[in-house]
Design a protein around this ligand. Structure first.
Ligand code: HEM
Length: 380
């Protein structure tokens, strides 16, 4: 069975590969499908690196390094450790919680517009709007810049997994440089990043710009897909939607199960710094490891009846946000936005019909799982 294109559902392929070739070599790319193996690799950052710039040609790396440092997602310790604690201190779960009322206000407004219309598109009307508006406000991007900002964000999302889009990164870096104010006591994220200090170390301009860009790349399309995927899964399970309307306290469970069952990020990568062996397959230094989180999340050794959507399941250790030192920094924000979107949606929408998305509606990405549109009709 060949590697599916983005238009195909990957889940059957995963199941087959977990059984027949859980560690599968294709040139210098090793595809890995089992939960335990992926977990072991993600926990061993010493031998399995995220620092892909080290593998790029010198010219490409120099061009990128001119304006931004690699994002923390693509760094190994010790720099990863330092930068993660610095940005982490500006992006705390507490600072995210403070945003809850504003997120609710936005979600309510977007859901209200859906209820008013006869037909809507969940993606463009709700799940796309919420994360980009939230992160723009968090970063202090004024409404007047929001169009250009969205355009950059879309371009970056499409470039994921296909090599860096240098022009967009440059434009964005220039934009954020102008926003840096070292004497600011403002409360937006760029102001906080401009002033955080740890053991006498501050973030450089390049690091601030790099981090702002990462938030857009890592946070928008992923959360959009989480919200869309949840609504699609609930449509397939009207009994769960009814439960959710009666008992909103099950909503966090619905969010977790969507993360597991239709993981917005289906895979991530590392490269091996050593010659070694994984699952009986010889691995050479610099081999690239493609780790299928979306497959780990359905691994029958960990999840009983993993191929069905069940928010009541006991085993919740999914890997949708990764594992180890790169565990998603935005997980509290993504969970909060999805929970609030579903709370507001289920309060306002008694029932709904969905036009099943076709394969052409899938996001054109080898990494992300989601849909470009999802047509919805509210039952009145
Ligand atoms: C890292 C998934 C939302 C910021 C990661 C990783 C995954 C992930 C799998 C680890 C990648 C790896 O180890 O190679 C998701 C999913 C999201 C989501 C599924 C939504 C449903 C967000 C949001 C933000 C964010 C909203 C911020 C606004 C980050 C950052 C990292 C990261 C900064 C890098 C952390 C590090 O390298 O130390 N995310 N993410 N993510 N995510 Fe998320």
């Amino acid at each position: 069975m060949g590697i599916p294109t983005y238009k195909q559902e990957p889940f059957e392929w995963y199941r087959e590969m977990r059984k027949s070739s859980p560690v599968y070599r294709e040139g210098n790319m090793i595809h890995i499908f089992k939960y335990k193996t992926i977990s072991r690799i993600l926990s061993d950052h010493q031998n399995f690196s995220s620092q892909f710039r080290d593998l790029l040609g010198e010219e490409m790396a120099a061009m990128l390094n001119e304006k931004t440092t690699p994002s923390i997602l693509l760094l190994d310790p010790p720099l990863h450790t330092t930068l993660r604690s610095l940005v982490g201190s500006a992006f705390t779960p507490r600072s995210i919680e403070l945003f809850e009322p504003r997120i609710r206000e936005l979600a309510r407004m977007l859901v209200h517009a859906i209820v008013e219309k006869e037909n809507s598109d969940v993606v463009s009307d709700l799940s796309y709007q919420l994360p980009i508006r939230v992160i723009s406000e968090m970063l202090g991007v004024p409404e007047s810049d929001s169009e250009i900002f969205r355009d950059w964000s879309d371009k970056l999302a499409t470039s994921l997994g296909r090599g860096p889009d240098i022009e967009t990164q440059y434009d964005m870096a220039d934009y954020f440089y102008k926003k840096i104010d070292r004497n600011s006591n403002g409360n937006n994220l760029i102001s906080r990043l401009s002033t955080v200090e740890m053991d006498g170390r501050k973030l450089s301009d390049k690091e601030i710009a790099g981090f702002a860009i990462l938030l857009l790349v890592a946070g928008n399309e992923t959360t959009t897909n989480l919200i869309t995927n949840a609504i699609l899964s609930l449509y397939d399970h009207p009994e769960i939607y009814d439960d959710m309307r009666k008992t909103p306290s099950i909503i966090p469970g619905v969010v977790e199960e969507t993360l597991r069952y239709r993981s917005p990020v289906q895979s991530t990568r590392r490269y091996s710094k050593i010659d070694t062996e994984i699952g009986g397959e010889e691995i050479l230094k610099n081999d690239i490891l493609a780790l299928y989180l979306g497959s780990a999340n359905r691994d029958e050794e960990v999840f009983e009846d993993g191929e069905s959507f069940n928010p009541y399941r006991k085993e919740k250790r999914h890997m949708a946000f990764g594992q180890g030192i790169h565990f998603c920094l935005g997980a509290p924000l993504a969970r909060l936005e999805a929970r609030i979107a579903l709370e507001e949606f289920s309060k306002a929408v008694p029932g709904f019909e969905i036009e099943k998305p076709s394969p052409d509606d899938r996001i054109d990405s080898d990494i992300m799982y989601g849909f470009r549109k999802l047509n919805l009709k509210v039952n009145r």
